[in-house]
Design a protein around this ligand. Structure first.
Ligand code: LHQ
Length: 266
C-alpha cells in the first residue's frame, strides 16, 4: 500500500482515501523544490498508485505555501563551472513526466501556492489543475540562464500556441492565478481555504466515473495530440467499441431510462 506511516518528514506524503490517493510534496521550507529524494519518493508512490486497482484517481498538491518551485537550486554547486544538466533531466524529470502521462487514471494538481519551473511541467502533466486564487506561476528558467524543460516546450505549444509559449518563457513571466486560468493552465480557481475541499471532491467524482470510459477518454486525448483527424476518428471508433461492451455502459443506459444516477462498477 502506498500510504506513508507517521512520516511527516518524508519528502512526499501519500494518503490513501476512498478511491483516490492524495499525494503531497513535502519540502515546504524550499517551496517543495525537487531534490533527488523527492524524485525517488514521488516516482515510487506513483508506481504503487498506478498498480493499485483500488486507487482510481490521484490528487497532487504541495505542503506549505508553495506547490513546487522546480529544481532545488541549493543542490547545485555554483562554484563548479560546468554542469551537465542533461543528467538530472534524463535521470529524473523526463521519466517523471512520462510516468505521469502513462498513468491512465485521472491525475489532478491542486496548486496551493507558488509554482515555478519544472513544477509547472508537473502540473501540466496532470489531466486537470485547480488552483488557489492567490497562487503565482513563475516560468523561472530564463531568470537563471536555462531553457524550459519537464515537457514545458511541448505542453505550452499545445496549450497556448507557439507565439504565446515563446513570449511566456522569453519574458520570464510570472502569471497570477487568474492569468494562468485564462491561458488554460488551470480549470478552476478557489479561495485558498477552500482549495483542498474542492480538489478532493473533484478527485472523488473523477474516481467514481465509469472506470474504462475514463481511462479511454484520457488515452484518446493523449493520442489526439500527435494524430491526424482520420487516425483519431479511428481511435474514437475503437475506444467507443470497447466502452460499448462494458457493463458500465449498460448501467448508464438503464440509469438514464430509470431517471436515476448511474452506479458504476467498483
Ligand atoms: C528555493 C527554491 C528552489 C531551492 C524557492 N530551490 N530553494 C531541471 C534540471 C536541472 C537543473 C535545473 O533545473 C531543472 C528544472 C527547473 O525547475 S529550473 C527552475 C528552478 N526554479 C527556479 O528557478 C525558481 C526559484 N525560485 C523563485 O524564483 C522564487 O523562490 C519563487 C518565484 C518560486 C517564489 O518566490 P517567493 O514567494 O518570493 O519566495 P522566496 O523566493 O522567498 O522563497 C522561499 C524560500 O524557498 C527561500 O528560502 P529562504 O531560506 O530564503 O526562506 C528560497 O530560497 C526557497 N526556494 N525556490 N527552486
Amino acid at each position: 500500500m502506498a500510504k506513508n506511516n507517521n512520516t511527516d518528514d518524508r519528502p512526499v506524503l501519500c494518503d490513501i482515501k476512498k478511491g483516490y490517493a492524495l499525494v503531497t510534496l513535502n519540502r515546504p521550507e524550499r517551496l517543495n523544490a525537487f531534490n533527488s529524494d523527492m524524485h525517488h519518493e514521488l516516482r515510487n508512490i506513483l508506481t504503487e498508485v498506478d498498480n493499485n486497482d483500488g486507487i482510481r484517481a490521484v490528487l497532487i498538491t504541495g505542503a506549505g505555501r508553495g506547490f513546487c518551485a522546480g529544481q532545488d537550486l541549493r543542490d547545485i554547486d555554483p562554484t563548479v563551472c560546468q554542469h551537465d544538466l542533461s543528467e538530472p533531466i534524463i535521470e529524473f524529470y523526463n521519466p517523471l513526466i512520462m510516468q505521469l502521462k502513462n498513468i491512465k487514471k485521472p491525475k489532478i494538481a491542486a496548486i496551493n501556492g507558488v509554482v515555478a519551473g519544472a513544477g509547472i511541467g508537473l502540473a501540466l502533466a496532470c489531466d486537470m489543475a485547480v488552483s488557489a486564487n492567490n497562487a503565482k506561476f513563475a516560468m523561472a528558467f530564463g531568470k537563471i540562464g536555462l531553457v524550459p524543460d519537464s515537457g514545458l516546450t511541448w505542453f505550452l505549444v499545445r496549450l497556448v500556441g507557439v507565439t504565446k509559449a515563446k513570449a511566456l518563457m522569453l519574458s520570464n513571466a510570472v502569471l497570477t492565478a487568474e492569468e494562468a486560468k485564462d491561458y488554460g493552465f488551470v480549470w478552476h480557481l478557489c479561495e485558498p481555504e477552500e482549495l483542498m475541499s474542492y480538489a478532493e471532491s473533484l478527485t472523488k467524482s473523477l474516481a467514481f466515473r465509469a472506470r474504462l470510459a475514463t481511462q479511454l477518454t484520457i488515452d484518446a486525448f493523449e493520442k489526439a495530440q500527435n494524430n491526424t483527424l482520420i487516425e483519431q476518428l479511428n481511435i474514437e471508433a475503437m475506444f467507443q467499441r470497447e466502452a460499448g461492451y462494458s457493463t458500465d455502459f449498460k448501467e448508464g443506459i438503464v440509469a438514464f431510462l430509470e431517471k436515476r444516477p448511474p452506479v458504476f462498477h467498483k
